[in-house]
Design a protein around this ligand. Structure first.
Ligand code: FAD
Length: 500
């Protein structure tokens, strides 16, 4: 008999899981049912991704022209951070997604960062060392002609409601059973396993395995199974967000911009039909009304009458992501605030790890402990990378930024990483020593630390040589490479009408 998997929740997490399960397993191995309540609805935010989403679409065999125009999607080659560290002397810097071309320049970047840590004046602006950073500066898209010899990596921006609809249609066409009803009770066996979900219309949905994708409600993992939630409030202060669209401009770079605000930060994400904007802040430092006024002033929409949405965020992770015969996914398993748009990345990694461990254990819970340990570590590593953005800020305009800077609630792992950096040690070796297998590798850490200007003062005597950016003529190399790319606008126009 095939294993019966029941997913509760039809937000992006639920539909990503449904699509990956039916793609991976045949109907003889596994049947998938997804239950969602249209009355409750989805959170409907989450418009930025990492390159892992590109891999997701490759895994489920969906080409960009099929899904991007339907989801008002655009390309994303980096995140630009504006105003986070005035002392760095850089008004903004970017954290580009890495591509194959960057193997030619990354060593120079790391060497220059080391040289600058010795007090010598060399080039360390991360955007200028990586092809995606240069493409963003030139408002180009990441699509290459077929004869370009390097593989490009990039992410996307998208309308999360439309993406959910697209993934729902696809999953149903591939054999997923879709049920729209509200689950009001959970039936459990004596050993604590979930036996069935009961709906408000008196229906019973039994299964061998259940996936909790109910968002912040945490219906199965937290409420039914009592799994504890570890919150990150002591080192990530933000707990609220206000979301508001603004009209799209004629052209725009393929990037998310993250602007530091008085008590948090604001994302600006271009979709083909609008900008999505959102102020993420800490309610301990600013009221919802003041945050809304600040956001509207910033966006120039004080008198626009455009409605805003206020959201509360639960930041942290479950103590266990797989408990009994149930997996937590998406916001129900945890959330580390959207600064690096890592939520769907963690969803996908969790699904992939689950598929591997469940299969290796012959569709049993044999590898549950191993899975929990791996997912837990992934969350912690992403958390540390985000915390570093707050810890290293050099803003002086509010108590919020000062409290972030002075916050000593850091993990041992992060303390060691920062210590190695300031002692001019090798960050790559330290990541290896700590066995950190994260989306944020050595180069991401170098982008962050150099972008923040986390360097000692310049030495008095400068030898005026040893700048690998100049000596290896990286500007020439990357501007030459960029000649192969067309504008972001043209890349998007190319997608329309090609969805056959
Ligand atoms: C302010 C903010 C900004 C974000 N930005 C990003 C970003 O840029 N990038 C990114 O990757 N992520 C981002 N995220 C996270 C992202 O929104 C989510 O990870 C993503 O939308 C997946 O959500 P979900 O599917 O887990 O939950 P939801 O979208 O909330 O879906 C929950 C589902 O469960 C169903 N449900 C709940 N209870 C029941 C019940 N009793 N019976 C039946 N159905 C039920 C609901 O109907 C719904 O279908 C952001 C989140 C916030 C709060």
């Amino acid at each position: 008999m095939p294993k019966k998997i029941v997913i509760l929740g039809g937000g992006t997490a639920g539909w990503m899981a449904a699509n990956l399960f039916v793609k991976k397993w045949s109907e003889e191995q596994v049947t998938v049912t997804l239950i969602e309540s249209p009355d409750i609805g989805i959170i409907g935010v989450g418009e930025g991704s990492t390159p892992t989403l590109k891999r997701f679409f490759e895994l489920i065999d969906v080409a960009e022209p099929e899904w991007m125009p339907r989801c008002n999607a655009t390309y994303k080659v980096n995140i630009r951070f504006s105003g986070w560290s005035p002392d760095s002397g850089l008004e903004n810097y970017s954290h580009p997604f890495l591509s194959q071309v960057d193997t030619l320049t990354q060593k120079s970047f790391v060497v220059n960062c080391m040289t600058r840590r010795l007090g010598l004046d060399v080039h360390t602006r991360p955007d200028n060392f990586f092809i995606n950073g240069v493409l963003a500066q030139q408002e180009k898209g990441p699509r290459t002609p077929e004869n370009f010899p390097f593989v490009m990596d990039y992410g996307f921006h998208f309308d999360s409601g439309l993406l959910g609809e697209f993934l729902c249609e696809l999953a149903v066409s591939r054999g997923v059973t879709h049920v729209q009803t509200k689950v009001v009770d959970v039936e459990q066996n004596a050993d604590g396993d979930i036996a069935a979900l009961l709906s408000d219309r008196g229906n019973r949905f039994d299964g061998d395995f259940f996936v909790d994708c109910t968002g912040f409600a945490g219906v199965l993992m937290q409420k039914a199974l009592g799994v504890e939630f570890r919150d990150y409030k002591s080192n990530l202060f933000n707990d609220s967000a206000i979301v508001m669209p603004t009209p799209i401009t004629k052209s725009f770079p393929a990037e998310t911009v993250s602007y530091a605000m008085s008590n948090g930060w604001c994302w600006k994400i271009p979709l083909t039909n609008r900008y999505g904007n959102g102020y993420v802040y800490s309610s301990d430092f600013i009221s919802d009304d003041d945050a809304e006024t600040e956001l509207r002033t910033f966006l120039g929409t004080l008198d626009s009458g455009e409605e805003t949405r206020h959201l509360k965020m639960r930041v942290g992770q479950l103590d266990k992501h797989w408990q009994n015969n149930c997996l937590g996914l998406g916001l129900s398993q945890g959330f580390i605030e959207p600064l690096e748009a890592t939520a769907l990345l963690l969803v996908q990694i969790s699904i992939e790890l689950f598929i591997a461990e469940y299969e290796q254990g012959d569709f049993s819970a044999k590898h549950r402990g191993e899975f929990n340990q791996k997912v837990h570590a992934r969350f912690e590593w992403v958390r540390d990378y985000i915390v570093a953005h707050y810890k290293l800020n050099t803003r002086q305009d509010s108590k919020y930024w000062q409290a972030n800077r002075e916050n000593m609630e850091l993990s041992d792992s992060l303390r060691h990483l920062l210590d190695v950096w300031y002692r001019r040690g090798d960050l790559g070796k330290e990541l290896q020593r700590q066995n950190i297998e994260s989306h944020f590798g050595t180069l991401s850490w170098h982008c962050l630390l150099s972008g923040y200007g986390a360097f000692p003062p310049l030495a008095q005597d400068q030898p005026d040589k040893g700048d690998h950016y100049k000596e290896n003529d990286i500007e020439h190399l990357l501007t030459g490479c960029a000649l192969n790319f067309r504008s972001h606008e043209e890349n998007l126009a190319d997608l329309v009408g090609q969805d056959s």
